[in-house]
Write a protein that binds this ligand. Sequence first.
Ligand code: F0G
Length: 460
Amino acid sequence: MRPRDTYAEPYKIKMVEPIRLISPGERKQAITEAGYNVFNLKSEDVYIDLLTDSGTSAMSEYQWAGIMSGDESYAGSKNFYHLQQVIEDITGCKFVVPTHQGRAAEHILMRVLVKPGDRIPGNMHFDTTEGHIRLSGAEPVNCLTDQGYIPGEKLPFKGNIDINKLEKELLAHGREKIPFILITATCNNNGGQPVSLENFKAVRRLADRFGVPVFLDAARFAENAYFIQQREPGYRNKTLKEIVGEMFSCADGCTMSAKKDALVNIGGFLALKSEELYQQAVEWQIPFEGFRTYGGLAGRDIEAMARGLEEVLDEQYLENRIGQVQCLGEKLIGAGIPIVQPPGGHGIYIDAGSLLGHLPHSQFPAQALVVELYLEGGIRSVELGACAFGHRDGTTGEMIYPALELVRLTIPRRVYTDRHMDFVARAAEAVADRKNSIRGLQLVYEAPVLRHFTARFARL
Ligand code: F0G
């Protein structure tokens, strides 16, 4: 990876979308009306939107040209065949089930493979995956290495599965209770941390011993491959395509949220190596998503997805992408702001629990920081702390809090320039400078499930 100041973005801008920083008074009014929850803000009141990297990418001229060649036939669209060919070329999976987004692919996979009482081990499942596992009556089991949970631990592959934990799980429950293992690469929930190829291979060897299939949550597979190329001994001279090929050689298939590394605004798929499994998947795809060649998407969206997958393994693109995230991370560290280290692929995770150490979990420190970043610079970030992951004990009703209070600054792909990132860093620094005067929040409304999307707060 070259130093950031020795190159510039490997693209130029053909079309612009105006954004506006509304006045401090307007921001105060907007966030108050939103009940101090940024999910309730109008996006027009946001200056720099770092809520998510999902579905927020800028498409290329090649993708937009593809939009114009959408074949909207109900069955047999040429765009489907293009997608299938691209996916097979990259992943080796011959059978492709398009879906409207990643969670729909998860839904179909669970319907086909999971029964009540099963257990699904992985490094650390994403929220929707965990939700689908539970909806199937099964138990998600996170086998992430212990170091993966420590924000300050600067290790190259903090998304790795602990092979001993996985082996214990397989010995205890076996093939009967474990329909598959799921590797999420990169691992979103602990900071976009990558999984090494050594780990992929070790998981595969162990899975083979027990006859258990391995699936990949491939939402950010290209970013993971870039980290392997840069950090894992022996891969510096391999192409990203070769590395991705090796990652997928360890898997029987994948679920994919195309809203991330396929560089599109909507879409997903399930890709499989087994024809038998594919036939079962199509039985669930048709009633829930649509016919097998469109699966909940327009032909034009499928074409954009195929072309995004063709583009994403470009080394200069990934260098610039990951480099931008890293550069923001370094600026925050320079300003004394504690973040999850090393920076992951798609965003910076601020350790709000430690920055706002004077606020207990019950006063939602991460959410308080989200609110301050909006007030300071019109920046929308997302809370991953007491509100998103806290839950009430089934019998006592007492709150159980997560270990970490994080704020994610998620960077959309090809959307913001380094000057936008400089602005974000300066705003974060200004907030950190007045951290001791930041007050906590209290919940005034919460839904029984997934409360962070609709919660409303008051300032203490
Ligand atoms: N898997 C991972 C690792 C994800 O990060 C996401 C979505 C999904 C699956 C589900 O995909 O949204 O297309 O249904 N992550 C988004 C985020 C929502 O903001 O991190 P989807």
